[in-house]
Structures are given as C-alpha cells and as structure tokens.
Design a protein. Structure first.
Length: 276
C-alpha cells in the first residue's frame, strides 16, 4: 500500500473541507466566499476566480471585475443559485456583492450547511480509509500467494538439497512475520494430497507432490506440539492412507533418488514420536 498516496488523499479531503467552511458567508466580506461557485463558461464549469478579478473594497462588499462581458449573466446566475444568499448588483463589467448582516434564520441555515460539510468530510475520510484497508488486504493476499508458491517450489526439491536449504529461510521468515507460515504448510499439504491422488496427472506431478509431503513433514516435525496447523497437516497425510504407486517408485529410481517411504506411515511414525 502506498502510504504517501493515502496521506495525500486524507490531506486533500481535509483541505476541501476547510475551503467549504471558508466559503460559508458570514457578515464579513472575503474572496473565499466565492471559491465553490462554478460558472458555465466556454462549455465547461469554471471558478469565478478564473473569469474575473475579485476584490474586497470594504468589510461588507465584494467586487467582481469580469474580463468577458458575455459571461456576466452566467456569473450572476451562479451567485444567485449558490447558498450565499447575496443579490448581485451589476454596473458595466463590475458585479458588486453587498454582504448583508446575518439574520437569525440565515444563521440557522448556515449552521445546517456547515454540519452537512462536516458530515461529507467524515464520509470522504471513511471512504478513503476503507479503500486503503481493502488495498492493504489485496496486497497482503498477493504477498502471501507469492510466498506460498515460493515455499511450494522449495519443498518440491528432492532430498532437501543445498538450494532448498538456502532458499527455505528466505521464504519461511516472511511468512512467520505475518503469521501465515503454519497455515500455508497446511494448505500445501492439502494441495499435495489432492495432486498425488489424481492418477490422471503425469507421474512427475505426483512424484513432486510426494517430495512436498516428505519435506513438509520434516519441516513440521519439531513444532507438532505447538502448532495446530502443522499437526493437522501431518494428521491429514496420515489419515489419507496413501500407497506409493509403482510408477512413482520407478520415476524416483530412474532419477537416482532415495527409496520412497509410504507418506502416510511416515506421518503416523512422526505423530507417535511427538507424543514421547
């Protein structure tokens, strides 16, 4: 997750809220009162500040010097339709906005507007936070999936060769840090069992599944007492009551690998030893 992007979105939401509050008319003139008013100009919605000079000649008056006289009517309409409650007065290319004192009714109305701005800001921030959490979950899931595939590769290496011994800590440690290592071993055991039982698959796939189960049990063996997932993984292999098929035996023999032990019987022996 991009924390800089998250901070930027939060800051933009707060900045927008501050501008909305500043645009609420009080009895004192301020150019920020016009910030949120958009005008139909040249086939697009445009801020008044991009169409005219805005000045504050005194504390109760705003003046708008329009650059293009053809837009005066549009600017007047936008001001009237806004929530400012000001009636523009036009003289040539100058639009004057006299700021009346606030009535009690207008004060109540502005309170409601400010409350709505506040609620909109809260919703915006909640949405940003929710989206960021969703992005984090997706990124975390992708990370776990990548580490799972890497662990599967390491465990598929025959006889725990030098390469697997070098790579295993690099895969194991990140999974331990996010507390997903034990569960990942259990899921790999389930997947390896399913692959091994599928006799329609090429023998190389089933032989690889056998490597995974053997190496997985060697990895789980020291932690059977403390890890429910690892114990369940070994129990799952034991309860599968597997037989080592002749084609798998021949494949391993042809490739000069050690004699295959029955994985279910090996799992049973490991579980018995863990109780002693």
């Amino acid at each position: 997750m991009d924390y800089n992007s998250l901070n930027s979105k939060m800051e933009n939401a707060i900045s927008h809220y501050e501008k909305e509050l500043a645009s609420i008319r009080t009895s004192r003139a301020s150019t920020s009162m016009l910030d949120n008013i958009m005008v139909d100009a040249y086939n697009s919605k445009t801020p008044i500040s991009q169409l005219a000079n805005i000045n504050v000649p005194d504390s109760s008056t705003l003046t708008i010097q329009v650059w293009d006289n053809s837009l005066i009517k549009n600017i007047e309409t936008s001001i009237i339709e806004s929530n400012l409650g000001i009636n523009p007065q036009t003289d040539g290319n100058i639009i004057r906005l006299p700021i009346p004192k606030l009535s009690e009714e207008r004060r109540l109305e502005l309170t409601k507007i400010a409350s709505q701005y506040s609620e909109n800001a809260k919703i915006s921030i909640r949405n940003i936070r929710r989206d960021s959490i969703d992005e984090f979950k997706i990124a975390e899931k992708e990370k776990v999936n990548a580490l799972r595939e890497a662990l599967k590769f390491v465990l598929s290496r025959p006889d725990r060769d030098d390469l697997s011994l070098k790579l295993l800590p690099k895969v194991r440690n990140p999974l331990i840090q996010i507390k997903m290592y034990d569960e990942t071993l259990f899921l790999l055991a389930t997947e390896a069992l399913s692959t091994y039982k599928n006799e329609d698959l090429p023998v190389v796939y089933r032989a690889t599944a056998l490597f995974i189960m053997e190496n997985l049990m060697a990895e789980a063996r020291p932690k059977l007492q403390e890890s429910t997932y690892m114990r369940r993984a070994v129990e799952k292999i034991r309860d599968a009551d597997l037989e080592v098929n002749q084609d798998v035996q021949q494949f391993r023999s042809r490739n000069g690998l050690f004699k295959t032990r029955n994985p279910s019987k090996l799992a049973e022996a490991i579980l018995k030893a863990s109780k002693n």
